[in-house]
Design a binder for this molecule. Structure first.
Ligand code: 5GP
Length: 192
């Protein structure tokens, strides 16, 4: 069995990574598996432990970090996020193409640890920065301070698209997911 690829999806907060990823997962031919991250942030309405994230305390997060259980980790607007290591390798060994939906600092750690041929790195761009601001505000579950932090961060993150193998603009969810599906298929076939 051929080992699966490691697919990194990054993009500024509010760009719609989660929605695009859910749409992308409908492409059964891609044999995708989503890596559920660990985070110290509180669940948003509708989020379920073990589905969007494993919601953990700061102590639990630090314990996992100390025991080297995280493939990568980063702090993002005062919360910690990390990718549990063991499951990622297990699923790749089973032939799944594993999706990491992570921010840019964590992505850089993964890029430094793996060969380019094992990776498929994709940066999702918003239609425009104005549209991104509208989306972040539209979600409005967060305080003005958190929103301002996320906006500032988003502007900085956009400059990092150049570190990724591919950039895709999210104008509509289905078009963006289709574009990413084609990229993954090409990549997986090229390595076959
Ligand atoms: P949110 O709080 O909006 O769910 O996520 C904030 C940011 O953290 C997003 O850019 C998201 O992709 C990123 N993120 C989620 N899980 C991880 C992870 O395991 N590692 C890293 N480095 N970033 C993550």
């Amino acid at each position: 069995m051929k080992k699966g690829a490691l697919i990194i999806l990054s993009g500024p907060s509010g760009v719609g990574k989660g929605t695009v990823r859910i749409e992308l997962m409908k492409h059964k031919e891609l044999n995708l598996w989503f890596s559920v991250s660990m985070t110290t942030r509180s669940p948003r309405p509708g989020e379920q432990d073990g589905r969007e994230y494993f919601f953990v305390t700061n102590d639990e997060f630090e314990k996992n970090l100390k025991e080297d259980n995280l493939l990568e980790h980063a702090e993002f607007v005062a919360n910690k996020y990390g990718t549990p290591r063991s499951k990622v390798e297990e699923m790749r060994e089973k032939g799944y193409n594993v999706i990491l939906e992570i921010e840019t600092k964590g992505a850089a750690q993964v890029m430094s640890k793996f060969d380019d041929s094992e990776l498929c790195t994709i940066f999702i761009l918003p239609p425009s920065i104005e549209e991104l601001e509208r989306r972040i505000r539209g979600r409005s579950t967060e305080s003005e301070e958190v929103i301002a932090g996320r906006l500032a961060k988003a502007r900085g993150e956009m400059d990092l698209a150049k570190n990724y193998q591919y950039s895709v603009r999210n104008v509509t969810v289905s078009q963006c997911a289709d574009d990413i599906a084609k990229i993954i298929l090409n990549k997986v076939n090229a390595n076959a």
